[in-house]
Design a protein around this ligand. Structure first.
Ligand SMILES: [Mg+2]
Length: 232
Protein backbone atom coordinates (compact mmCIF):
# COMPACT_ATOMS: atom_id res chain seq x y z
CA UNK A 1 0.00 0.00 0.00
CA UNK A 2 1.66 3.20 -1.03
CA UNK A 3 0.06 6.00 -2.98
CA UNK A 4 -3.50 6.80 -2.05
CA UNK A 5 -4.02 8.36 -5.47
CA UNK A 6 -1.98 9.54 -8.43
CA UNK A 7 -0.09 6.28 -8.34
CA UNK A 8 3.17 6.46 -10.31
CA UNK A 9 2.73 10.14 -11.01
CA UNK A 10 5.27 11.18 -8.46
CA UNK A 11 8.11 11.19 -10.98
CA UNK A 12 6.34 13.56 -13.35
CA UNK A 13 6.89 16.74 -11.35
CA UNK A 14 9.15 19.55 -12.50
CA UNK A 15 10.49 20.39 -9.07
CA UNK A 16 10.68 18.73 -5.64
CA UNK A 17 10.93 20.66 -2.40
CA UNK A 18 12.19 18.63 0.55
CA UNK A 19 11.76 19.17 4.25
CA UNK A 20 15.00 18.35 6.11
CA UNK A 21 14.43 16.84 9.58
CA UNK A 22 12.69 13.49 9.53
CA UNK A 23 12.48 13.56 5.72
CA UNK A 24 16.04 13.74 4.39
CA UNK A 25 17.82 12.96 7.63
CA UNK A 26 17.55 12.56 11.37
CA UNK A 27 20.12 14.25 13.59
CA UNK A 28 21.82 11.87 16.01
CA UNK A 29 23.51 14.70 17.87
CA UNK A 30 22.43 17.52 20.14
CA UNK A 31 24.04 20.38 18.20
CA UNK A 32 20.88 22.08 16.96
CA UNK A 33 19.04 21.30 20.20
CA UNK A 34 21.80 22.83 22.34
CA UNK A 35 22.00 25.89 20.08
CA UNK A 36 18.41 26.72 21.03
CA UNK A 37 19.27 26.71 24.72
CA UNK A 38 22.48 28.64 24.31
CA UNK A 39 20.73 31.32 22.22
CA UNK A 40 17.67 31.60 24.45
CA UNK A 41 19.98 32.13 27.42
CA UNK A 42 22.38 34.53 25.68
CA UNK A 43 19.80 36.65 23.85
CA UNK A 44 16.83 36.63 26.22
CA UNK A 45 18.49 35.78 29.55
CA UNK A 46 16.12 32.88 30.02
CA UNK A 47 17.24 29.48 31.29
CA UNK A 48 14.66 27.25 29.72
CA UNK A 49 14.58 24.12 27.65
CA UNK A 50 12.67 23.63 24.43
CA UNK A 51 11.37 20.31 25.81
CA UNK A 52 7.61 20.34 25.95
CA UNK A 53 7.25 22.53 22.86
CA UNK A 54 6.22 20.58 19.75
CA UNK A 55 9.29 20.70 17.53
CA UNK A 56 8.29 18.31 14.75
CA UNK A 57 6.64 20.27 11.97
CA UNK A 58 7.37 23.50 13.85
CA UNK A 59 9.91 26.14 12.79
CA UNK A 60 12.98 27.32 14.70
CA UNK A 61 11.44 30.74 15.29
CA UNK A 62 8.09 29.19 16.22
CA UNK A 63 9.83 26.98 18.80
CA UNK A 64 11.63 29.92 20.43
CA UNK A 65 8.46 32.04 20.41
CA UNK A 66 6.61 29.23 22.22
CA UNK A 67 9.36 28.83 24.83
CA UNK A 68 9.44 32.57 25.54
CA UNK A 69 5.67 32.75 25.74
CA UNK A 70 5.75 29.96 28.31
CA UNK A 71 8.38 31.92 30.28
CA UNK A 72 6.38 35.15 30.17
CA UNK A 73 8.66 37.06 27.78
CA UNK A 74 6.66 39.51 25.69
CA UNK A 75 6.27 38.91 21.94
CA UNK A 76 7.63 42.42 21.34
CA UNK A 77 10.95 41.47 22.95
CA UNK A 78 11.09 38.27 20.92
CA UNK A 79 10.46 40.16 17.69
CA UNK A 80 12.99 42.87 18.52
CA UNK A 81 15.73 40.30 19.19
CA UNK A 82 15.03 37.83 16.38
CA UNK A 83 18.09 38.97 14.36
CA UNK A 84 20.36 38.33 17.38
CA UNK A 85 18.69 34.97 17.96
CA UNK A 86 19.28 33.90 14.35
CA UNK A 87 22.91 35.04 14.49
CA UNK A 88 23.60 33.31 17.81
CA UNK A 89 22.04 30.00 16.82
CA UNK A 90 23.89 30.00 13.50
CA UNK A 91 27.20 30.74 15.23
CA UNK A 92 26.65 27.97 17.78
CA UNK A 93 25.92 25.34 15.14
CA UNK A 94 28.84 26.53 13.01
CA UNK A 95 31.16 26.31 16.03
CA UNK A 96 29.99 22.75 16.74
CA UNK A 97 29.58 21.66 13.12
CA UNK A 98 32.17 18.88 13.52
CA UNK A 99 29.79 17.16 15.94
CA UNK A 100 26.85 17.13 13.53
CA UNK A 101 25.93 13.49 12.94
CA UNK A 102 23.03 13.38 10.52
CA UNK A 103 21.71 9.96 9.61
CA UNK A 104 20.30 9.79 6.12
CA UNK A 105 16.81 8.38 5.80
CA UNK A 106 16.63 5.11 3.82
CA UNK A 107 17.13 5.44 0.04
CA UNK A 108 17.17 9.26 0.17
CA UNK A 109 20.49 9.38 -1.67
CA UNK A 110 19.09 7.07 -4.37
CA UNK A 111 15.91 9.14 -4.72
CA UNK A 112 17.79 12.43 -5.04
CA UNK A 113 20.21 10.87 -7.52
CA UNK A 114 17.28 9.62 -9.61
CA UNK A 115 15.47 12.97 -9.55
CA UNK A 116 18.67 14.78 -10.43
CA UNK A 117 19.36 12.41 -13.33
CA UNK A 118 15.91 13.27 -14.68
CA UNK A 119 16.76 16.96 -14.62
CA UNK A 120 14.35 17.86 -11.82
CA UNK A 121 14.82 21.07 -9.90
CA UNK A 122 15.48 20.25 -6.24
CA UNK A 123 15.03 22.65 -3.35
CA UNK A 124 14.72 22.62 0.41
CA UNK A 125 11.77 23.91 2.45
CA UNK A 126 12.61 23.71 6.12
CA UNK A 127 11.66 25.15 9.47
CA UNK A 128 15.40 25.26 10.26
CA UNK A 129 17.22 28.54 10.18
CA UNK A 130 19.08 28.79 6.88
CA UNK A 131 22.65 28.55 8.14
CA UNK A 132 21.76 25.52 10.29
CA UNK A 133 19.84 23.75 7.53
CA UNK A 134 22.69 24.06 5.07
CA UNK A 135 25.23 22.88 7.68
CA UNK A 136 23.17 19.72 8.29
CA UNK A 137 22.95 19.10 4.55
CA UNK A 138 26.68 19.65 4.13
CA UNK A 139 27.42 17.22 6.97
CA UNK A 140 25.14 14.64 5.37
CA UNK A 141 26.66 14.99 1.89
CA UNK A 142 23.34 16.08 0.39
CA UNK A 143 24.13 19.78 -0.13
CA UNK A 144 25.14 19.45 -3.83
CA UNK A 145 21.70 18.13 -4.81
CA UNK A 146 19.89 21.33 -3.90
CA UNK A 147 19.74 24.48 -6.00
CA UNK A 148 18.07 26.65 -3.37
CA UNK A 149 16.24 26.64 -0.09
CA UNK A 150 13.50 28.43 1.83
CA UNK A 151 14.01 28.54 5.59
CA UNK A 152 12.51 30.06 8.73
CA UNK A 153 14.76 33.12 9.10
CA UNK A 154 12.13 35.42 7.66
CA UNK A 155 9.07 33.18 7.80
CA UNK A 156 7.83 31.75 11.03
CA UNK A 157 5.01 29.70 9.53
CA UNK A 158 5.59 26.58 7.49
CA UNK A 159 3.12 27.62 4.80
CA UNK A 160 5.03 30.87 4.25
CA UNK A 161 8.26 28.88 3.97
CA UNK A 162 6.59 26.62 1.40
CA UNK A 163 5.05 29.59 -0.45
CA UNK A 164 8.45 31.24 -0.86
CA UNK A 165 10.04 27.96 -1.96
CA UNK A 166 7.30 27.30 -4.50
CA UNK A 167 7.55 30.83 -5.91
CA UNK A 168 11.33 30.45 -6.23
CA UNK A 169 10.93 27.08 -7.99
CA UNK A 170 8.46 28.62 -10.46
CA UNK A 171 10.79 31.56 -11.04
CA UNK A 172 13.75 29.27 -11.73
CA UNK A 173 11.70 27.05 -14.03
CA UNK A 174 10.21 30.09 -15.78
CA UNK A 175 6.78 28.50 -15.75
CA UNK A 176 3.84 29.46 -13.57
CA UNK A 177 2.16 26.12 -14.21
CA UNK A 178 5.15 23.96 -13.30
CA UNK A 179 4.23 20.95 -11.20
CA UNK A 180 5.91 21.18 -7.84
CA UNK A 181 5.88 18.47 -5.19
CA UNK A 182 6.64 18.93 -1.53
CA UNK A 183 8.17 15.98 0.32
CA UNK A 184 7.80 15.97 4.11
CA UNK A 185 7.26 13.83 7.19
CA UNK A 186 4.62 15.52 9.37
CA UNK A 187 0.93 16.46 9.36
CA UNK A 188 2.18 20.09 9.40
CA UNK A 189 3.85 19.48 6.01
CA UNK A 190 0.59 18.09 4.63
CA UNK A 191 -1.36 21.10 5.94
CA UNK A 192 1.13 23.63 4.60
CA UNK A 193 1.17 21.95 1.19
CA UNK A 194 -2.64 22.03 1.08
CA UNK A 195 -2.63 25.72 1.97
CA UNK A 196 -0.14 26.47 -0.78
CA UNK A 197 -1.89 24.30 -3.37
CA UNK A 198 0.82 21.77 -4.19
CA UNK A 199 0.80 17.96 -3.99
CA UNK A 200 2.57 16.47 -1.01
CA UNK A 201 4.35 13.17 -0.51
CA UNK A 202 5.08 12.15 3.06
CA UNK A 203 7.56 9.64 4.41
CA UNK A 204 7.12 7.96 7.78
CA UNK A 205 10.82 8.38 8.57
CA UNK A 206 10.35 11.04 11.25
CA UNK A 207 8.33 10.51 14.43
CA UNK A 208 4.91 10.13 12.78
CA UNK A 209 3.88 6.60 11.89
CA UNK A 210 2.60 5.71 8.43
CA UNK A 211 -0.96 5.18 9.65
CA UNK A 212 -1.21 8.58 11.26
CA UNK A 213 0.23 10.34 8.22
CA UNK A 214 -1.99 8.50 5.74
CA UNK A 215 -5.07 9.51 7.79
CA UNK A 216 -4.34 13.09 6.68
CA UNK A 217 -4.73 11.95 3.08
CA UNK A 218 -1.52 13.21 1.49
CA UNK A 219 -1.09 12.64 -2.24
CA UNK A 220 1.49 9.96 -1.47
CA UNK A 221 2.42 8.21 1.76
CA UNK A 222 5.33 5.79 2.15
CA UNK A 223 7.10 4.08 5.02
CA UNK A 224 10.35 5.35 3.49
CA UNK A 225 11.93 6.19 0.14
CA UNK A 226 12.66 2.55 -0.57
CA UNK A 227 8.89 2.06 -0.96
CA UNK A 228 8.52 5.30 -2.90
CA UNK A 229 11.15 4.16 -5.41
CA UNK A 230 9.53 0.74 -5.69
CA UNK A 231 6.18 2.42 -6.48
CA UNK A 232 7.64 4.54 -9.27
MG1 LIG B 1 10.32 17.33 9.20
Amino acid sequence: MSLSSNRRRWLEGDAYLFDIDGTLLNSRDGVHYQAFHSAIQAVFGVSSRIDGVPVHGNTDLGIVRAVLEREGVSPAIFERDVPRLIAHMGEEVTRNAAQLAPELCPAIFELLTLLQSKGKLLGVVSGNLERIGWLKLEASGLRPFFAFGSFSDHHESREDIFRVGIAEARRRLGRDLAEIYVVGDTPADIRAARMTGVPVIVLATGIFPFKELSAHRPDGCFACCTDLLAAG
